[in-house]
Design a protein around this ligand. Structure first.
Ligand code: SAM
Length: 219
């Protein structure tokens, strides 16, 4: 198991108004809308989620890092769990044409509004019940998704990644100090797991997860 820091540089480049995001609207009501993972979460107002989830190529360096680190070759099979509109799937294919990339997401909205080029590679499914046979993928990646699961579902999902993937890479929100904890608590809308890196490693071990991992910190 290796800690791979492919995402945090991308995350640092985003400006966030931690305290002003909800503009006076009740945060519980915003979170309830966000957790439907529908239009409001992806393409509605920023207080409900992304505030417009559009392709801008920002996943290209991440895709390149993944391809390089895992020495992926044309024909290798990769699954993105929590693929949303398929941006990473698109960029993996751009970096390495010939890769066999699939994506699943629980959001019918995201899959319906996915990039046309990759739509045939995507399907609606739940991370806790992956619709694939054991060992189907050379690599399973899941970025910014598993912290949305409650602990029992998180365990099931991690065991699913183990079942279908030969290698695995999971990236999740975390915090290292009180400042990052407060920022995470302020910013998040859909998070169910609030763990330090040490706690995440404990969870991974407990769930039999043997893949690589990375953390997103709200610095
Ligand atoms: C923060 S977004 C991350 C999307 C994308 N991976 C990225 O990093 O831009 C979280 C994604 O997880 C999906 N999701 C939430 N719960 C899920 C589940 N149980 N199974 C599959 N996808 C799920 C949401 O629909 C959403 O697309």
């Amino acid at each position: 198991m290796t800690c791979l820091d492919f995402i945090q540089p991308l995350h640092r480049a985003t400006t966030r108004d931690y305290r002003g995001r909800f503009a006076g609207e009740d945060k519980a009501s915003c979170a309830t809308k966000a957790k439907a993972f529908g239009f409001e979460y992806f393409d509605g107002d920023r207080r409900y989620g992304y505030g417009g989830y559009s392709y801008d190529g920002r996943w290209l360096p991440v895709a390149a890092s993944i391809v390089k680190h895992y020495r992926l070759c044309p024909g290798d099979r990769v699954l993105d769990v929590g693929c949303a509109k398929g941006f990473l799937v698109h960029d993996l294919l751009k970096v390495l044409p010939g890769l066999q990339v699939s994506g699943i997401d629980i959001s019918e909205y995201a899959i319906a509004n996915a990039m046309p080029e990759v739509k045939p590679h995507l399907r609606v499914a739940d991370a806790v019940a992956l619709p694939y046979a054991a060992g189907s993928f050379d690599l399973v990646v899941s970025i910014n998704t598993v912290h949305n699961l409650r602990l029992p579902q998180l365990e099931t999902a991690l065991r699913e990644f183990e079942r279908v993937g030969k290698r695995k890479y999971v990236v999740t929100d975390s915090y290292r100090n009180e400042s990052e904890k407060v920022n995470l608590l302020d910013w998040q809308l859909t998070c169910e797991c609030f763990f330090t890196p040490e706690e995440w490693l404990w969870v991974f071990h407990h769930c039999g997860y043997t893949g690589d991992y990375g953390f997103i910190f709200f610095e």
